[in-house]
Design a protein around this ligand. Structure first.
Ligand code: SF4
Length: 360
């Protein structure tokens, strides 16, 4: 069944995904170091193999930064990813604990975990703060039959600490491995409540092996046949009466819902305008014009110290533009509301306009 978020599902989608599609999840990237080296790993060069914590687009030094980012992005929940969080278990626990302490036990936290370093003891520790657990099994990179059994036995351990509906697996939907994935889910379905399949995507780091072995869809970053393989898998599992929640998460969902909705929820500065895509527009002038603004008795503005600029209200901008003697340059800027605040457009404006930008 197609969801209203351009994804496909059977039965229902996992609780963590419900927060995620609405842009309510804080993405806590615990480290770029990993216990594995999957050929399809899509981590960017900026993150892969670097022991740095990221909170959405923000480099994070400690759990206090995580609280700040959660507040600025109005998150109601978090998803912990990596790398391999098992390599940094104490760090993972300290961030999860801090988020629960500040936002309460209803602040939903899910985690992605490669199975390689999984032990009962580590799961027990995680279960104190983690609501939902998503395993990334090893069998996709290691065809040894023993590995499948190891994966199965490790995943079964989770039922000692979580209810079935909060245990799942998450995998890239590799089209030529659809039968192996089907067999694996049939074997493990009694011990978990959901399975998530991500449309297979190209990134700057997996580009070589993927372009060598697969054809790309038009648009250039998703693998041909991945979505179709996912739909096939959903249908096969339904035919076999597998009762767990199944979700095929598409690239379209990630861009048009998860990411865009997260942008829309993000705080912006005073006098800014949000676009319907979640971007923000500001009317700005250089911070060195502050003295001139005061002299001209312009009062509606906000000083953005980090970017050395003054954000003007529509009214202030128009007053300056209609004053031929002011000689103050004003720019209309469009940028991401996120911590990195990357500008996507900047143009000088020279004539006044009733309303430069509006929030839809
Ligand atoms: S387990 Fe995940 S993070 Fe680690 S290499 Fe594989 S895909 Fe990348």
């Amino acid at each position: 069944m197609k969801s209203k978020y351009s994804s496909y599902y059977i039965n229902d989608i996992a609780k963590g995904c419900k927060y995620c599609v609405k842009g309510e999840k804080l993405v806590l990237f615990i480290s770029g170091k990993c216990s594995r080296n999957c050929y399809y790993c899509s981590l960017s060069n900026k993150r892969k193999n670097k022991d740095v914590v990221w909170l959405n687009e923000r480099i994070c030094k400690n759990p206090k930064d995580a609280i700040k980012e959660a507040l600025e992005s109005n998150a109601t929940s978090a998803g912990i990813t990596g790398g391999d969080p098992f390599l940094y278990l104490e760090r993972t626990l300290s961030y999860a604990k801090a988020l629960k302490k500040r936002f309460g036990k209803n602040f939903h936290i899910h985690i992605y975990l490669p199975t390689k370093l999984l032990t009962k003891d580590k799961l027990k520790k995680l279960s104190r703060y983690i609501d939902e657990i998503r395993f990334h099994p090893e069998f996709l990179i290691n065809k040894n039959k023993k590995i499948i059994n190891e994966d199965l036995n490790k995943i079964k351990l989770a039922s000692l600490f979580w209810k079935k509906q909060n245990i799942g697996i998450e995998l890239p939907m590799i089209p030529d491995r659809k039968k192996d994935i089907l067999d694996f889910i049939i074997k493990i379905s009694h011990y978990m409540g959901f399975a998530n399949f991500n449309e297979f995507e190209l990134s700057e780091t997996n580009c070589k092996p993927l372009t060598k072995n697969y054809i790309l869809n038009e648009g250039g970053y998703t693998i041909k046949g991945s979505k179709q393989a996912g739909i096939w898998l959903l249908k096969e599992l339904k035919k076999r009466k597998i009762k767990i929640n199944l979700h095929l998460c598409t690239a379209e969902l990630k861009n048009n819902y998860q990411f865009m909705n997260r942008l829309k929820r993000h705080n912006i500065f005073k006098f800014g305008y949000k676009t319907k895509e979640g971007m923000v527009k500001y009317l700005t002038t250089d911070i060195k014009n502050k003295y001139k603004l005061n002299k001209l008795k312009i009062k509606e503005y906000y000083i953005d110290k980090e970017k050395n600029r003054i954000i003007l209200s529509n009214y202030s901008a128009n007053r300056l533009l209609s004053n031929k003697n002011s000689k103050i340059k004003i720019y209309l800027i469009e940028e991401f509301p996120t911590y990195d605040r990357i500008e996507t457009e900047k143009g000088e404006i020279k004539t006044s306009k009733k309303q430069w930008a509006t929030t839809p």
